[in-house]
Design a binder for this molecule. Structure first.
Ligand code: IPM
Ligand code: MG
Length: 379
């Protein structure tokens, strides 16, 4: 067999803010898996954001667009920050993250929320609340109010301005993301909670009806519940361990996933995967990114937590490369680095030593070496 055809193409795009710093550590991890575990992938690094804009006039230069286009998986850092005001809105829109998600039809955004017991002391919620938290939010990512038309800001005859957007969902938009949720639930604890605002919004009435219909037709073995979004926000803080898979629309998922980040202990720890449709070759384009965003206040200081980005690589190993053992190995390495006290500033208990971004990368790589050696000994 031609080995080239087995090569998975990965585009690595650090972007803006703390994106390049954390992505550099994720890239070291990627290189480790290529060198030590023969994971069949080719990496292509590309720039995004203010730096290429100043050089080329484009936030998404042609080389980057090409790298992302040909990639099976994109490892994305972050976008945004105050200096991006220098980029005129039209140029920013031309290569925006929302535009990219839409261009590649990355409709299913998976955000796992897992509380690590080692971080109980630095977490904002009580240890008893965090006990056993392990769920995944699936956020619909390419429709809903973030993309709905009409939208705009208009001048009214009486001199006031009016801003407006459109929340909307079609049958197929709801069903395909609900399908992702049911299929994922079958590989976990077999529970789906669908979140909407069907007591007020027609778009949510349709959402709920379509989720129920799909469930009856194909997934009646999965336990399905429904929750209004305001209640869901409260339940995530009150008893996050009750959830397994939560599926919801674009704006609700955006808000609830930040809220749920606190039920994991830290926003800096959270990975995500955004998946497109499965093509005729069985491939599924995917973008992997930490949930934390660009964090401009700490950008360039070398203190950001790279674990959200590194754990996104574990999701990539599992979902794009189909290498569950390697994904487990990486997640175990992160857990053991944390268990031995490795902490960046955002997850440090008072008085704990604070590692730099690169030192946290070192800690994970050391833990990987040890885990791989233990594995060999066992074999
Ligand atoms: C996220 C972010 C983005 C979103 C922003 C940066 C546009 O908040 O990925 O959750 O709203 O989708
Ligand atoms: Mg968000």
């Amino acid at each position: 067999m031609n080995t080239r055809s087995n090569m998975v193409k990965v585009a690595v795009v650090g972007g803006e803010g703390i994106g390049p710093e954390v992505t550099a550590q994720a890239q070291r991890v990627l290189n480790w898996f290529v060198a030590k575990r023969s994971v069949p992938m080719t990496l292509r690094e590309a720039q995004y954001g203010i730096i290429p804009y100043l050089a080329t006039g484009k936030v998404l230069p042609d080389d980057t667009a090409e790298a992302m286009e040909e990639a099976d998986a994109i490892v994305w850092g972050a976008t945004g920050g105050p200096e991006t005001k220098e980029v005129p809105p039209a140029a920013r829109k031309a290569g925006s993250l929302l535009g990219l998600r839409s261009k590649y039809d990355l409709y299913a955004n998976l955000r796992p929320i897992v509380a690590n017991p080692a971080l109980a002391d630095s977490a904002p919620l009580k240890a008893s609340v965090l006990n056993g938290v392990d769920f995944i939010i699936i956020r619909e990512l390419t429709s809903g109010i973030y993309f709905g038309e009409p939208r705009g800001i208009e001048m009214l005859p009486d001199g006031q301005r009016r801003g407006f957007n459109t929340e909307q969902y079609t049958t197929s938009q709801v069903r395909r993301v609900a399908r992702s949720a049911f299929e994922l639930a079958r590989t976990r604890r077999n529970k789906v909670c669908s979140v909407d605002k069907a007591n007020v919004l027609e778009a949510s009435v349709l959402w709920r009806e379509e989720v129920i219909a799909l469930h009856q037709e194909e997934f009646s073995d999965v336990e399905l519940t429904h929750m209004y979004v305001d209640n869901a926000a409260m339940q995530i803080v009150r008893e996050p361990a009750q959830f397994d898979v939560m599926v919801t629309g674009n704006i609700f998922g955006d808000i609830l996933s930040d809220c749920a980040a606190m039920a994991s202990g830290s926003l800096g720890m959270l990975p995500s995967a955004s998946l497109g449709p499965i093509d005729k070759f069985g491939r599924r384009k995917a973008l992997y990114e930490p949930v934390h965003g660009s964090a401009p206040d700490i950008a360039g200081k070398g203190i950001a937590n790279p674990l959200g980005s590194i754990l996104s690589i574990a999701m990539m190993l599992r979902m794009t490369l189909n290498r569950p053992e390697d994904a487990d190995l990486l997640e175990e390495a992160v857990s053991s680095a944390l268990a031995t006290g490795a902490r960046t500033a955002d997850i440090a208990e008072p008085g704990a030593k604070r590692l730099s971004t690169t030192e946290m990368g070192d800690a994970v790589l050391n833990a990987l070496e040890m885990a791989a050696a233990n594995e060999k000994e066992r074999a």
